[in-house]
Ligand binder design. Sequence first.
Ligand SMILES: NC(=O)c1ccc[n+]([C@@H]2O[C@H](COP(=O)([O-])OP(=O)(O)OC[C@H]3O[C@@H](n4cnc5c(N)ncnc54)[C@H](O)[C@@H]3O)[C@@H](O)[C@H]2O)c1
Length: 360
Amino acid sequence: MSATASTKKKIAVIAGDGIGKEVIPQAVRAIEATGAPVKFTHFDWGADRYLADGTTVPPDGFAMLARDFDAILIGAFGDPRVPSNIHAKEILLGMRFKMDLYANVRPVRLLDSSLCSLKGIEPKDVDFVVIRENTEGVYVDSGGIFKQGTADEIAVQEDINTRKGVERIIRFAFEYCRDTPKADGSARGSVLLCDKSNAMTYAGSLWQRVFKEVASQYPQMKAEHMYVDALCTQMVRDPRMFDVIVTNNMFGDIVSDLGAGLQGGLGMAASANIHPGKTSMFEPVHGSAPPLAGKNAANPIGAVLSAAMMLSHLGLIEESSRIEIAVADAVRARQTTQDVGGPLGTTEAGNGIVRRLEKA
Ligand SMILES: NC(=O)c1ccc[n+]([C@@H]2O[C@H](COP(=O)([O-])OP(=O)(O)OC[C@H]3O[C@@H](n4cnc5c(N)ncnc54)[C@H](O)[C@@H]3O)[C@@H](O)[C@H]2O)c1
């Protein structure tokens, strides 16, 4: 039975800038190849639109996305023709902040041993997730510059941590741990708080106290702690020790890129920006990579796996896992772009995934 227009999930697609325009079409093709009941609406938000008419986000843009769509799939924003990157800030940070997408979920999963730069590491050894607070921290743009351009110049960048914000992301991490098994089907068992509470004592104290309080409500899961510097060392010494990591906006940004390195690079990493019960957004972890743009060289897998996360979030579990299986098979067969050892261009790597989905 085919889905009627009203039962189809409505997806807003914003490819954005640079390689976003090349990888997102491959993600859309992969979804279409699964036959998932979805309807796409494309938006031209990005540097071209900004340079043409000065629009970053149209009036009512975020309210329209929240009202009219079930999910949003985006590429990347950032263009050398807009040195201030104002459009990227207003679209991407605007979406995260104004739509209150407070949980940035960044899985770190190795699909094939050949992709990992560490010796003797198998896919089963790298299957953890970074849950990054997405609406606070140093990204709220609070601070200022005093006596600019003088020898006495002072720059202040404030780190904002609210009790509500800290509590909801820690709770999200425990619930993710409870509800989301690993790729091999086994249950997750521990949540690790990553901070720098030995140096950032005020923010650290809040995170530590709230973590203990929330952890006590989930006694079936282990609650652990590591300073961010030690965590970076351990991530490349033994990634097996990690399961669910919860952390603030900036540390999450950095440690998840380190995690992408364990998976084969930025081209492989997927992410979700979630507010449970509200329209959420899915995007590859990488940026617009201007030097790669227009060369048909960008790896589409991060975007394709972000699309799979989106389908799973929408309850289209079978379609989501079919995409994951097709991607893993293409990686094992080296039908990939050059950054992960294959000989293909972006479109051809997308073709390989689509062919596998159509066959299945
Ligand atoms: N979410 C976003 O939209 C986002 C995220 C990060 C950076 N940016 C923006 O993107 C622009 C470029 O930033 P950057 O160079 O620091 O980061 P980037 O992620 O765009 O690229 C860094 C490097 O990673 C590699 N890479 C990234 N994606 C790849 C892919 N799909 N396939 C193969 N290789 C890939 C390339 O070698 C690239 O030079 C900047 O304007 C930045 O602000 C946007």
